[in-house]
Design a protein around this ligand. Structure first.
Ligand code: PRP
Length: 184
């Protein structure tokens, strides 16, 4: 199949598959939290597209919160040391909290966030990620809802970026190595 973008080697997950899977996740979450309300915590920037689509498939009273974080260290690798650029607006004590991520790579970011939010005494704390790279996990993190498992290649699109580009691609694809070789 012809690549839909000159910088993309191949499409990994086409748009329609992403949307179908998000609808399934939303339905599952709606069933699991039946009779409850939910705070969705979007981890910026990558998760903003996933959050926007996912919340429209959740038929519950939902609050939307946003955290902006930045990893220290090398630009293409997570160090696990996370600086909070924007914290939650509201208190999550005694609330059902669902962290919404675009990708769990090493798991260091998520591990930090789960530990941090747990100190705020939510009623429940779960994780929903669009993608996970199980081969890259360095930390054991419990993922309650996962859209797709990806290989350990450089994936971009649908929120996933390289140098803040490609987030707007409606599919997830593998970036051509020539695009990032000089940065490794
Ligand atoms: C990405 C992604 C996760 C994190 C996962 O964020 O959105 O938050 O990396 O990596 P890890 O499992 O190895 O910790 P990034 O810091 O690239 O910021 P972004 O969301 O703005 O792209």
């Amino acid at each position: 199949m012809k690549s839909p973008h000159p910088d993309i080697e191949r499409v990994l997950i086409p748009t329609h598959e992403i949307q179908t899977r998000i609808a399934q996740l939303g339905k599952q979450i709606t069933q699991d939290y039946k009779g409850e309300s939910l705070v969705l915590v979007c981890v910026l920037k990558g998760a903003f597209l996933f959050m926007a689509d996912l919340c429209r498939h959740i038929d519950l009273p939902v609050n939307t919160e946003f955290m902006a974080i930045s990893s220290y260290g090398h630009a293409t690798k997570s160090s696990g040391v996370v600086r909070i650029l924007k914290d939650l607006n509201e208190c999550i004590e005694d609330r059902n909290v669902l962290i919404v991520e675009d990708i769990v790579d090493t798991g260091l970011t998520l591990s930090y966030l789960v530990d941090l939010l747990a100190t705020r005494h939510p009623r429940s704390l779960k994780v929903c990620t669009l993608c996970s790279k199980p081969q890259c996990h360095q930390r054991e993190v419990k993922i309650d809802y996962c859209g797709f498992e990806l290989p350990s290649e450089f994936a971009v699109g649908y929120g996933l970026d390289f140098k803040d580009f490609y987030r707007n691609l409606p599919f997830i694809g593998i970036l051509k190595p020539i695009m990032y070789e000089n940065d490794l």
